[in-house]
Design a binder for this molecule. Structure first.
Ligand SMILES: Cc1cc2nc3c(=O)[nH]c(=O)nc-3n(C[C@H](O)[C@H](O)[C@H](O)COP(=O)(O)O)c2cc1C
Length: 188
């Protein structure tokens, strides 16, 4: 039997009515159906981290606040991470940067994939910026990704049902994050 990898899926946008949530629910469903993952959906709107309010650098792990300790435990438990990101003004949403900046060692050496969406650019400019940031955290950004342009066309009665291209991309990303997660777990 294949080992199970724990996958943390983070929804990066927090505004009321965001498309990020149905997109993330769709991806989480795909991951659960895949059968190789235990999935934790981290909705930054619910987690509601304040703007970084720890005085010590996160690499010291001298966390004073319970919200930081909770976030640290959740990220530490993951073998792999998928960031679901919108594109805001050619970048990624600020709550996502804040959530990344809170921690350090917890992210280290973890494979990270991207599910992006936006206008014609499909959120790819946001992903390019994120790649720079996750490299600074010593994460391992995956090439396989899901990028959707104008994804509101896939919304039907609140459910998100994208086309075959997105479904195939999600399968490729899940394969990549699984392989990298299992390899990283064996090394540690
Ligand atoms: C503040 C803001 C800035 C945006 N900037 C861009 C952009 O630069 N490029 C783009 O493709 N879409 C842009 N959009 C459109 C978003 O891609 C689209 O609204 C998407 O649904 C936002 O994600 P969310 O619904 O999860 O918040 C922007 C939307 C907002 C609210």
């Amino acid at each position: 039997m294949e080992p199970t990898a724990s996958l943390l899926v983070i929804v990066g946008s927090t505004r009321p009515g965001r498309l990020g949530l149905p997109v993330a629910h769709w991806f989480v469903e795909r991951a659960k159906q895949d059968g190789r993952f235990e999935v934790d959906l981290a909705d930054l709107a619910l987690i509601a981290l304040p703007l970084l309010d720890e005085s010590a650098h996160p690499r010291l792990q001298q966390y004073r606040h319970q919200h930081t300790k909770d976030w640290s435990a959740r990220v530490a438990a993951a073998d792999g991470v998928v960031l679901v990101t919108a594109e805001y003004n050619h970048g990624y949403p600020a709550p996502l940067k804040n959530a990344l900046d809170y921690l350090h060692a917890e992210w280290m050496h973890k494979p990270v994939g991207f599910v992006s969406y936006g206008g014609v650019s499909a959120g790819t400019r946001a992903v390019q910026q994120l790649v720079q940031v996750v490299r600074a955290l010593r994460m391992l950004p995956l090439v396989e990704s899901v990028a959707m342009s104008n994804p509101d066309r896939f919304l039907q009665a609140g459910a998100f049902e994208p086309d075959e291209a997105a479904r195939a991309a999600a399968a490729g990303l899940l394969d990549a994050v699984y392989d990298a997660s299992v390899t990283a777990t064996r090394r540690s």
